[in-house]
Design a protein around this ligand. Structure first.
Ligand SMILES: [Zn+2]
Length: 176
């Protein structure tokens, strides 16, 4: 049916006139408005008892949100927190230099997990790339044995294109 035909007033094919409006016995509104009624659950119950065929339609329309809600609940508060965290803090990787021994420095990389990067894989990659020790040292921290901080601004975006150089924050030198 074309738009013009749809907009045309008057009887349409395939529809039985007069239009039947089904009213809800609980809230006395046409049943399509029940969902806006605060006691929608009661309305649904009324439908289930009195108009099972209409209830089926309502139920089908309702199923998906419920499923979604369940999934969200299964993931627990964690899912919510994670979402919130992402909104609050921008994704960012931080690199800094930390003294190790008298002359040596190590490089500390944090924030890679905000890009869903597997830290073990990342640590191994840095170790291979810089031919030095590299290990996961915290929840979201990798320590690379050597001063490779400046190199990371090239190496990280090259390895993970989603991390733009601008998303890497240079925290400078950590104080002892
Ligand atoms: Zn109702």
């Amino acid at each position: 049916m074309s738009v013009e035909e749809k907009l045309k007033q008057g009887p349409r094919e395939g529809i039985t006139y007069p239009l039947q409006v089904v009213y809800c016995g609980n809230c006395s509104m046409p049943i399509e408005y029940c969902e806006y009624y605060p006691e929608y659950e009661k309305c649904k119950h009324w439908l289930e008892v009195n108009l099972p065929s209409e209830f089926e339609k309502v139920k089908i329309g309702d199923d998906n949100p419920v499923e979604e809600e369940k999934k969200r609940q299964k993931r627990g508060g964690k899912g919510m927190i994670k979402t919130k965290k992402k909104e609050d803090g921008p994704k960012q990787v931080c690199v800094s230099r930390a003294p190790r021994g008298k002359k040596k420095s190590v490089t500390v990389v944090t924030g890679l997990s905000s890009f869903d990067i597997d830290l073990k894989v990342a640590a191994k990659f840095f170790g291979t790339k810089f031919a030095c020790g590299s290990s996961v040292t915290g929840d979201d921290e990798i320590v690379i044995q050597g001063d490779v901080k400046d190199d990371l601004f090239d190496v990280i975006p090259e390895k993970w294109p989603e991390i733009d150089e601008d998303l890497i924050e240079d925290l400078g030198d950590q104080k002892r």
